[in-house]
Design a protein around this ligand. Structure first.
Ligand code: CA
Length: 227
């Protein structure tokens, strides 16, 4: 478990490093916002302990940039500003938790442990709707106990539809995210429709309840209820 501590107050930074290392975390300390941001962009971390009042780049700015990049590393903010607005602002900016200075060390450790556990949550490996199940690890698709043989593309399309189960998936989305083609063209639309038709033949035709539905003029939706 690697923890990044971004804190400009030397005493606090030192205490954090020692306390976290005693708990067997690997700790890196940055004493400016700039350094913290640099480390975040160059090394992997499981948890970030982030002071808000920092020289050169404040904590909120770092946090906002991190989240804009789509990175979900758990962040615990430290704030001396004990006002409701500051806390709300921190959480709105994408912090997972906060502590108000001065804080009790055991409490900080408990919060870091909780965030580290959350960050390590198992990624989703199984998707499904109704009696249809798709296993991302074994690449197996089973419906009502029957294993279905899908081509790679059919599998990818089904995975995508299941990740968006209950929501309409347009041909544009399939073109962009499954075929990874940004410029849409009629031939690609035809390929998408043919793939969907083949997929439907395998996952729906032998069964009474249909899961893959066409939304006319828009795209497709996977759901267990008819309609
Ligand atoms: Ca500070």
């Amino acid at each position: 478990m690697r923890v990044l501590v971004v804190e400009d107050e030397r005493k606090v930074a030192k205490a954090l490093r020692e306390g976290l290392e005693a708990e067997h975390y690997e700790v890196r300390v940055a004493s400016t916002g700039e350094d913290g941001f640099f480390l975040l962009n160059h090394e992997p971390f499981d948890v970030v302990v982030l002071d808000l009042m920092l020289p050169r780049r404040d904590g909120i700015e770092i946090l906002t940039t991190l989240r804009k990049q789509g990175r979900e590393t758990p962040v615990l903010i430290l704030t001396a500003k004990d006002t409701v607005e500051d806390r709300v602002h921190g959480l709105d900016s994408g912090a997972d938790d906060y502590l108000v200075k001065p804080f009790a060390f055991p409490e900080l450790l408990a919060r870091v442990r909780a965030l580290a556990r959350r960050g390590r949550a198992e990624p989703v490996t199984k998707l499904g709707v109704g009696d249809l199940a798709l296993d991302l690890m074994t690449r197996r698709v089973v419906r009502a106990g029957q294993t279905l043989e899908l081509t790679l593309k059919e599998f990818e399309v089904l995975e995508y539809l299941l990740r968006h189960a209950g929501r309409v998936v347009s041909r544009e989305m399939l073109a962009r995210d499954v075929w990874r083609v940004t410029a849409r063209a009629t031939p690609l639309d035809n390929v998408i429709d043919v793939t969907i038709a083949r997929l439907r033949r395998k996952i729906d035709d032998p069964f009474d309840t249909k899961l893959l539905h066409t939304v006319r003029g828009i795209g497709y939706i996977v759901r267990s209820e008819p309609g």
